[in-house]
Design a protein around this ligand. Sequence first.
Ligand SMILES: [Zn+2]
Length: 670
Amino acid sequence: MLLPVLVGAQVDADQVKIINPVNLKDVKIQDGFWLPKLKVWDTKTVYDVLDKLEGKYIPDRKDIIEEKQKLGRTTNAFLNFDRVAQKQKDTKIHDGPPWYDGLVYETIKGASDLLATYPDARLEKKIDAYIVRIAAAQAADSTGYLNTYTTLMESNRHWGMNGGDDKWQHDIYNSGMLIEAAVHYYQATGKTKLLNVAVKLSNYIYNEIGPASTNNVIPGHGGSEEAMMKLYWLFKTNSKLKSRMTVPVNEDHYFAMSKLWIENRGNYKIKNTGLLRRNDSSYNQDHLPVFEQETIEGHAVRATLLATGVTSVAIENKDARYVKTANAYWNNMIGKRMFITGGEGAVADGERFGADYYLPESAYLETCASIGAGFFSQRMNQLKADGKYMDELERIIYNNLLSGISLAGDHYFYENPLKATNHIRWSWHGCPCCPPMFLKMIAVLPSFIYASSANAVYVNLFIGSEVKIKIKNNVAVNIKQVTNYPWNGKSVIKVNPSASSVFTVYVRIPGWSHGVENPFDLYRSSNPSPVCISVNKQTLNVLPVNGYAAINRQWKTGDVIELNLPVQPRMVFPNDAIASIKNKIAIAAGPVVYGLENTDNPELDNLSFNTTTSFSVSYKPELLNGINIINGTAINSKSEKIEFTAIPFYAFNNRGESSYIVWLPVLKTP
Ligand SMILES: [Zn+2]
């Protein structure tokens, strides 16, 4: 009989304790849930997104069909680079939205991480050909400046200056996405062509709008703060790489840019002039100095990507102001503004965060915003070595991330509401930001499964996989995890160090497994079954601290940890402060949130539920690529008891257009 793990404690909430995700190339996914999906995304989705960016698709949305009729073709993001390479300027001809360059780069970043895991000569050749066109566009301007929209539409307004607006032009955002893509493409392939483009552009940015310039320019869209940190870290940890570059590198300048873009938000003074720049708004987090921002505001993608960058700087400099702001953003986001599916950004107007506890079922919840929140939570885990941050990344990846794509891998959601009528995924969108962002997260996800420090390894996600992690004294720890998660709560974790040694294995114990559905009580649930953990069949009675069970011992080859998490269905209750879902419940099992689709439940609109109902679970290998379904009893409008079928939120709308609900009305007792 295994003894239960006791309910966990939280100590020293403000601690900084840096841990590191693992190198993508050191992890191999061998997982029944994720591997088949990754195969689809790697062999189909990445090509699908690139084809559609090139305009090779048949539109299925009215607005794009009309645009095609007007233009005589679908838009092609790569033509913009070719136009700029031909030295075209202010022609007022640009394909797609101003951030189309950025979406190309984001797709290259995702593709790079896929290449790191699954080498693919055809994909690499395709990317190389794009890079030639991108480099040619940059070569047209001797400064290194590159944003095709601004050059083709309003070339005297670099970075939104001279009466322009970077919130619309996306000069800085697109630059950041190029930098990030270049770092990841180099890491995947060792090739430096795109990296040279990125460094040349970064040097120009530093000279034009860096600390020494009198231009106070802040990003209209977050993301570049994080990108500059990646460029800084790349050269800081690999100084030999500089000798392979054709352009000068000063990594300290890239770190300085990241801090400047953060610290100049809400600071409108233009140096040496007595003038003020135009202040922006909470839309791009410019309403207050960042260190005075106590809530996460504005456009949810911009906000979560800025928060990710703030956290990355904190990881580097451990500056208390950065740590405090990262904490404030995360606590507000997770404690008062997060949807049960990990969705973020309640309000369609401005694609923004709503007020505290404004969590309506019909909310906007852009795929990108949830993914931005996921990147933010991963960085927080890295900053503070606390498992609660991974709880929230996990909530996202099993719900609002996966819902963003069809099971077939070629149709996408922009919005992921918790209640929808006749919802359907699209093939492509006039603003197709979500598919590239989706690729970015799923491609890098394997590196988030584990983390390490000098004398510890961390098991953060329960995904069947194998990894090699180097710790102190040149010990390499090989970990092999076998699991049928999330359908089953058992994970067998084999720990094989290269030499028998003392270190700690931290195993994340999710909050939901012991009655902490949300660390701020935004949602509540209880889990009657205990969490059990053993080493070599000997039960451990450990108290999880900061989200982890810490197992410190002399590890030797053949040691096996067995973790059993209670993944049977549980009811989730909203905090009373959430007015829109009072007297409603949701069903979750492990990290997966369930709901009802009218395909299985024709009386969907007229059902109520009893909080004493019991659930049964069954695995359906033939349904929706293999899912657990949950059955229980509901009451229909004629007060009859009928059986309902709940499926995972992510699987909705894969059997044609449909309607669904996540929050279930509780039966009113007379
Ligand atoms: Zn999006």
